[in-house]
Design a binder for this molecule. Structure first.
Ligand code: HEM
Length: 217
């Protein structure tokens, strides 16, 4: 059927994504509470200062674990392909919503791909630096120089991650239909063709006449 919607994210992928999003918000709020005295009031959300300090690293590790599952699901679809370079060159046309001269792209556009790898880099830095500064368990194995460097890297990576997620949310809202895809899984054929034509061709080529069309990377 011509107007049959296409499944972009299955239930496991959506649950995984929203778990990461919730854990990200918790990690960011508890981290900000510990970052500066002016934000210490945020610690009330987690049961006070000591509880915030205890919980923040566990929330962070849990976020990393679920984020890692997301990476396992999506890393292949985030490899750059030949058309991506031209798409980036023509980003001004994309921003003006023009279609002429903009090459078709796969499941994710190059902006999403850059963001994906930035998120992964930030998460890895946060995890490793976080272990070094986790006083209760690991800090005794590192000297003060390493702990200071790790503290700086932890704050820098968190800063870049928060900015990246703001861009991620903004882009999701800007491209109408994206948030719906992550909420209920489906996108219209017109949406898939307009925003991710190579992916659209890929999933519809395998479209058996009377079955659901499932997503593919
Ligand atoms: C907090 C609010 C968030 C919102 C509203 C949101 C929204 C979305 C939407 C709409 C998509 C689908 C994009 C598409 O299919 O084209 C998506 C995909 C994705 N999101 Fe989020 N997201 C949020 C948080 C996060 C966080 C915290 C992370 C990870 C740290 C994350 C990682 C991803 C990844 C990896 C994808 C798949 C895209 C790719 O692999 O390039 N999201 N998100």
């Amino acid at each position: 059927m011509k107007d049959k919607p296409i499944l972009r994210y299955n239930a496991n992928e959506r649950t995984n994504h929203w778990l990461v999003a919730i854990l990200f918000i918790m990690a960011a709020l508890s981290g900000l509470a510990l970052f500066h005295p002016a934000l210490f009031w945020l610690s009330h959300l987690f049961g006070g200062g000591p509880w915030t300090r205890i919980l923040h690293p566990f929330i962070g590790v849990l976020m990393f674990v679920f984020f890692f599952f997301l990476v396992l699901r999506f890393w292949r679809a985030n490899f750059f392909i030949a058309n991506d370079r031209l798409w980036l060159k023509r980003i001004d046309r994309v921003m003006r919503n023009e279609e002429e001269g903009v090459p078709p792209i796969g499941k994710y556009n190059p902006g999403q791909k850059l963001l994906f790898w930035t998120l992964l880099l930030c998460m890895l830095i946060l995890l490793f630096s976080g272990i070094v500064i986790w006083r209760a368990w690991f800090s005794q194995y590192f000297d003060i120089g390493a702990i200071r460097l790790a503290t700086l890297l932890h704050a820098l990576a968190a800063f870049v991650l928060v900015l990246s997620i703001i861009v991620h949310i903004y882009a999701g809202i800007w491209i109408k239909g994206s948030v719906g895809a992550m909420l209920h899984g489906w996108v219209s054929r017109a949406w898939a063709k307009k925003h991710h034509e190579l992916w659209y061709r890929d999933v519809t080529r395998e479209d058996p006449p009377d079955s659901q069309i499932s997503k593919k990377g």
